[in-house]
Design a protein around this ligand. Structure first.
Ligand SMILES: [Zn+2]
Length: 252
């Protein structure tokens, strides 16, 4: 996930992701603060990506399939939303506390609901596993600005949003991406879709890491590794895996 926005306002870009906290670290970012930051980030991203899509059928499809995976997510203390933005980039992202956004181009590329379910469930996984919330928490502790957050000041909200913009630019860690894929696989199959559709979705995102318009690829681990993991989880043999990849490539 990579964005072009707000670089001039990112004053705290060095905050993110530099170290890990011990497991017993306190979570300073409350759920309501996580949700507030997420809403702010979502609004900025929607603006950056050309506003919401005017394609009503596509918007309804994304909301419907999103709901199928969101309602069975193990994390239910927040509300997941699934929106489409009017962009020709291939990208999808999750903001802390519930908002998930996918570009029109990517949603159209994912022709079956099963393919779409995997990508939306992957993004749902980033929120369920609280990857954004944890990154913001780490940044605040690193900067010793926890007091700001505890006072619930606007400054803390801005810092949190900036951490997320940095995260979108640099990408999550490989382990966090694999964790999100685990959610992707589990939620899509629990929702009744065949895991083969997850492999097709990944294959459509691209087999080789590239630069350029396919921003999704530049911030995610290599797609072949991710495909292999999903194939293993669902006992799909190598020859079938190859068939699915070829099929997905032909459909692109
Ligand atoms: Zn991801």
């Amino acid at each position: 996930m990579r964005i072009r926005i707000l670089l001039s306002t990112i004053v705290l870009t060095a905050l993110c992701c530099g170290f890990s906290l011990p497991a017993h670290s306190i979570m300073l970012v409350s759920r309501s603060q996580e949700v507030s930051i997420g809403k702010q980030v979502e609004a900025s991203m929607i603006k950056e990506y050309g506003g919401l899509s005017k394609d009503k059928a596509l918007t309804e499809r994304v909301a419907r399939v999103g709901k199928q995976v969101g309602q069975i997510s193990p994390r239910q203390d927040i509300t997941y939303t699934y929106k489409v933005v009017n962009s020709e980039e291939v990208n999808a992202f999750a903001a802390p506390g519930g908002p998930i956004v996918i570009t029109q181009r990517l949603a159209k590329m994912l022709k079956t609901d099963g393919e779409l379910a995997f990508v939306l469930a992957h993004e749902t996984g980033h929120i369920a596993a609280q990857h954004g919330r944890k990154a913001i928490n780490q940044a605040l502790i690193a900067q010793n600005v926890a007091a700001l957050l505890l006072r619930n000041s606007g400054d803390a909200m801005r810092i949190g949003a900036n951490v997320m913009y940095t995260l979108y630019t640099r990408g999550y860690s490989r382990d966090q991406e694999y964790e999100a894929d685990n959610y992707g696989y589990q939620l899509m199959t629990k929702a009744g879709y065949n895991a083969e559709q997850g492999i097709k979705a990944l294959a459509k995102l691209g087999i080789k890491r590239t630069s350029g318009v396919d921003k999704y690829l530049s911030t995610h681990p290599d797609i072949p590794d991710r495909i292999d993991r999903i194939a293993k989880m669902s006992n799909i043999p190598d020859d079938r895996k190859k068939e699915l990849i070829d099929k997905a490539q032909a459909e692109k």
